[in-house]
Write a protein that binds this ligand. Structure first.
Ligand SMILES: *[C@@H]1O[C@H](CO)[C@@H](O)[C@H](O)[C@H]1NC(C)=O
Ligand SMILES: *[C@@H]1O[C@H](CO)[C@@H](O)[C@H](O)[C@H]1NC(C)=O
Ligand SMILES: *[C@@H]1O[C@H](CO)[C@@H](O)[C@H](O)[C@H]1NC(C)=O
Ligand SMILES: *[C@@H]1O[C@H](CO)[C@@H](O)[C@H](O)[C@H]1NC(C)=O
Ligand SMILES: *[C@@H]1O[C@H](CO)[C@@H](O)[C@H](O)[C@H]1NC(C)=O
Length: 514
């Protein structure tokens, strides 16, 4: 009785405060429904002579038929935008020559207004564009997909023009609910894609009733341009992210790094991966500044593709932490400990200390990075997990040079692959039985670009993310001031790793970027 009375008294106040905190007359809705599709691409068989345009179209039409069905289904579930993966239409690994029949000339939407669906014969050889445009139009939905763009050039006008007289670009295209081509984006940071050319970095976006949507592709997310300016200087608060992401355990898994970027930057990221579990391409999600709204991860070899749909909030302002004057923390904890050891994480030599016992504090430093962990392993799990698992806290401060060059400052708590072998700390593993009741991870970094990721796993070695509703309160862990704190309901799932992944873009240098 008393409780009911108090609630009845309090609720109207709470509601009033809440509504009055909203922007007074936003014509835009505060939430929207987004979809991403993790797709198993039909791929070309190798032939010495390569495919004709007809054969290439037959293959691409198989992929487009799946896209069409998923678009209809996404719309049925109320989605307003759908994102498809990188390489989803023509498949992986083509040579510069063999990919040619898959490419189309995509007009520049900045200068040409065109709906391929309603005006299909305006430009020749645009079957893929017509199919995508018609899907968007039929389902009245914003649609982002990845395809190949062919841009002719003349050597005497453009000294950089390749000898064949054309540029070939890995390209994201966006269509509006009326089928109109809204924007095209050329992937900047290629990952061993010799079939494509590298363009200048450019921020590309399109406007919707639920905010400005930017586009970037896969490896782009690790580098400054255009990822950082698009959020910082162009009012982009949702990024459509087609990707073909190899699940780089432990720190660069698809869901781990993508969710971390969304949280660190304070934006929505709609990430659609291809699904090829035998080759370790998997992991898609709808990520928000407050946590993971929805994800798909299935490493079983015969698992299906998957449509994810969820309602998320329109972000009005990205994270302000990044804009702050760098509050580089001086820790007086720089001493080295006799029990430190070194072990490789994705070819980088980290400094580690083992995390032993069921609770406590651990500190470890490397260079200017000092990491500090406070943790408590759940009592019911403690005995079992200490027999099966060993964790280590690692620090790294340096230029990563393997498969792309980027300057990283990292603090990570991770499960070592082999309990009897310290050198396995940092090697890929998908198994853990250890549940933490609470943990806090903080670090000193010389950059404000700190991306937090926390990865869980179940007894079958299927990675899990803590799914959050619209409010941080529902989340198992929080991130602020370059620190992560976990204690919420998801902590009854075994932890694989918790990481603060700092990026100092200013020290990347001009070296090879993949
Ligand atoms: C807000 O929008 C409503 C409905 O469009 C309008 O009646 C009202 O005057 C607007 N208020 C302000 C403060 O603009
Ligand atoms: C598309 O959906 C229809 C109806 O559910 C189904 O018969 C067809 O096989 C689907 N096609 C593809 C390519 O998924
Ligand atoms: C971003 O939004 C601000 C405030 O609404 C506006 O002043 C600015 O011109 C916008 N910038 C761009 C690049 O659209
Ligand atoms: C320990 O792990 C490392 C890294 O995985 C591996 O190279 C090494 O062979 C392992 N040593 C033993 C004794 O298993
Ligand atoms: C952020 O963390 C640092 C180091 O732990 C601390 O000195 C500072 O007071 C914190 N700032 C806020 C706003 O919590």
């Amino acid at each position: 009785m008393a409780t009911a009375y108090i609630l009845a008294f309090l609720l109207p106040h709470v509601l009033m405060t809440w509504t009055s905190a909203l922007p007074s007359n936003e014509s835009t809705p505060l939430t929207f429904k987004a979809a991403v599709y993790e797709h198993i691409p039909f791929m070309a068989r190798y032939t010495r002579s390569g495919y004709t345009r007809k054969q290439a179209l037959e293959l691409m039409n198989k992929n487009l038929a799946v896209y069409r069905n998923q678009t209809v289904e996404a719309k049925r579930q109320g989605a307003q935008i759908i994102v498809f993966p990188e390489d989803g239409i023509y498949g992986l690994a083509q040579s510069r020559r063999s990919i040619l029949p898959y490419l189309e000339k995509i007009p520049d939407p900045d200068t040409i207004q065109w709906s391929p669906c309603t005006d299909p014969y305006r430009f020749p050889n645009t079957e893929v564009q017509q199919a995508l445009s018609c899907m968007a139009k039929e389902s009245k939905i914003y649609l982002v997909a990845n395809m190949g763009d062919l841009v002719p050039c003349l050597k005497y006008q453009d000294p950089k023009c390749p000898s064949e007289g054309r540029y070939q670009y890995n390209t994201d295209v966006a269509y509006g609910p009326d089928g109109r081509l809204l924007a095209k984006y050329h992937k900047r940071h290629l990952f061993y894609e010799y079939q494509f050319d590298t363009p200048e970095a450019k921020v590309v976006s399109f406007d919707t009733p639920f905010g400005r949507i930017g586009m970037m592709t896969c490896f782009d997310i690790l580098f400054k341009d255009p990822a950082v300016p698009m959020v910082r200087d162009h009012n982009i608060t949702t990024i459509a992210f087609p990707t073909a992401w190899f699940d780089g355990l432990p720190l660069l898994t698809a869901m781990g790094f993508q969710s971390a970027f969304a949280r660190g930057q304070g934006i929505n990221l709609l990430a659609a991966n291809i699904h090829l579990p035998r080759r370790k391409f998997h992991g898609s999600g709808i990520y928000t500044p407050k946590g993971v709204s929805n994800f798909y991860y299935d490493n079983n070899p015969d698992s299906p593709g998957k449509l994810l749909v969820s309602t998320i909030q329109k972000v009005n302002n990205p994270s302000e932490e990044i804009e702050k004057e760098n509050n580089f923390r001086k820790t007086n904890n720089q001493q080295t400990h006799s029990d430190e050891f070194h072990s490789l994480v994705f070819k980088d030599m980290f400094t580690f200390r083992l995390v032993t016992g069921s609770s406590g504090n651990v500190n470890v430093c490397q260079g200017k990075v000092c990491c500090s962990l406070n943790y408590k392993i759940s009592i019911t799990q403690g005995d079992l997990s200490l027999k099966t698992d060993i964790f280590a806290l690692g620090a790294f401060d340096g230029l990563h040079k393997y498969k792309g060059q980027h300057y990283d400052q990292v603090c990570t708590l991770l499960k070592c692959a082999d309990i009897n072998n310290k050198s396995s700390c940092g090697s890929p593993t998908i198994y853990s039985f250890t549940k933490f009741e609470s943990l806090s991870l903080t670090g000193s970094f010389e950059t404000n670009y700190v991306y937090p990721e926390m990865i869980f796993t179940d007894e079958f070695g299927q990675l899990k993310m803590a799914e959050c509703g619209m409010s941080t309160k529902d989340c198992s862990w929080t991130f602020n001031n370059k620190s992560m704190h976990a204690s919420g309901p998801f902590m009854d799932t075994a932890l694989l790793s918790a990481t603060l992944f700092g990026r100092d873009y200013s020290r990347d240098g001009n070296g090879f970027q993949g």
